[in-house]
Design a protein around this ligand. Structure first.
Ligand code: PGA
Length: 256
């Protein structure tokens, strides 16, 4: 049994999947299995169009509900975008920022990240800030450099007192949705580098409050060993978060 200083955080990222009825069913099932949520934090990141309905069902339970992206302005001529205050209004209490699909499919630049993280915090949304290298960057030995760049840009506007509200997700791009999980050694190495950076940035005491999750092809059969890697405080789960029978055993990784 490893000693944990931070509460484990298991998050499901639905991406652009499910429909309204199946979303609500899944929330009901997971809510019913969560207990008081004292020993772990569980959240779903939901397509914004379903947020109001999903958060209404989750209400009264410890289940967190979040958006998958935001724009950093409060309003204005930004067709297609969602403001932090709008996410709050429909019941979201958290948000993903810098997910690899935002960075690589929709070409979101590093320069937006710091403003997005700041805007989320200023609106009382808990961000999960995603970082991670592509296969090309890993093969070129640039993993550490990329992680540093992602962290520096994302936490540009961060103050020490924000630390307890920040979560980082290490998601190697080549492991997302591919069925290929990073090795335990690769995960450990990246998590050590991230934590070291955090300690340098906000000091040891504040950095100790920040959780660092792993994401990329997490499934019921590898969740436990990944959670056993030193420095892994939780999991960000895509494909396996879409059904109760694949997600529940991940939430309950330590009960099997
Ligand atoms: P995956 O996605 O679990 O389907 O690999 C993870 C993510 O993109 O957050």
């Amino acid at each position: 049994m490893i000693h944990r200083v931070r509460k484990p955080y298991i998050a499901g990222n639905w991406k652009m999947n499910l429909d309204r009825a199946r979303s609500l069913d899944l929330i009901k099932t997971v809510k019913g299995r969560l207990g008081d949520g004292n020993d772990r934090e569980v959240a779903f990141f939901v397509p914004s169009i379903y947020l109001a309905d999903v958060s209404a069902v989750a209400q009264g339970s410890p289940l967190g509900v979040g958006g998958q992206n935001l724009w950093f302005e409060a309003n204005g001529a930004f067709t297609g975008e969602v403001a932090p205050r709008m996410l709050r209004e429909v019941g979201a209490d958290r948000v993903l920022i810098g997910h690899s699909e935002r960075r690589h499919v929709f070409h979101e630049p590093d320069e937006w990240m710091g403003k997005k993280v700041r805007a989320a915090l200023d609106c009382d949304l808990l961000p999960i800030y995603c970082v991670g290298e592509t296969l090309e960057e890993r093969k070129g030995n640039r993993t550490d450099r990329v992680l540093k760049r992602h962290l520096e840009t994302g936490f540009e506007k961060i103050r020490v007192e924000d630390a307890h509200r920040l979560t980082i997700a290490y998601e190697p791009v080549w492991a997302i949705g591919t069925g290929e999980t990073a090795t335990l050694e690769q995960i450990g190495q990246a998590h050590r580098a991230i934590r070291k950076w955090c300690v340098q940035r906000v000091g040891e005491e504040a950095a100790n409050l920040m959780r660092v999750l792993y994401g990329g092809s997490v499934k019921a059969d590898n969740a436990k060993e990944i959670m056993g890697v030193d420095g892994v405080d939780g999991l960000l789960v895509g494909g396996a978060s879409l059904q109760a029978d694949t997600f529940l055993p991940i939430i309950e990784y330590d009960l099997r």
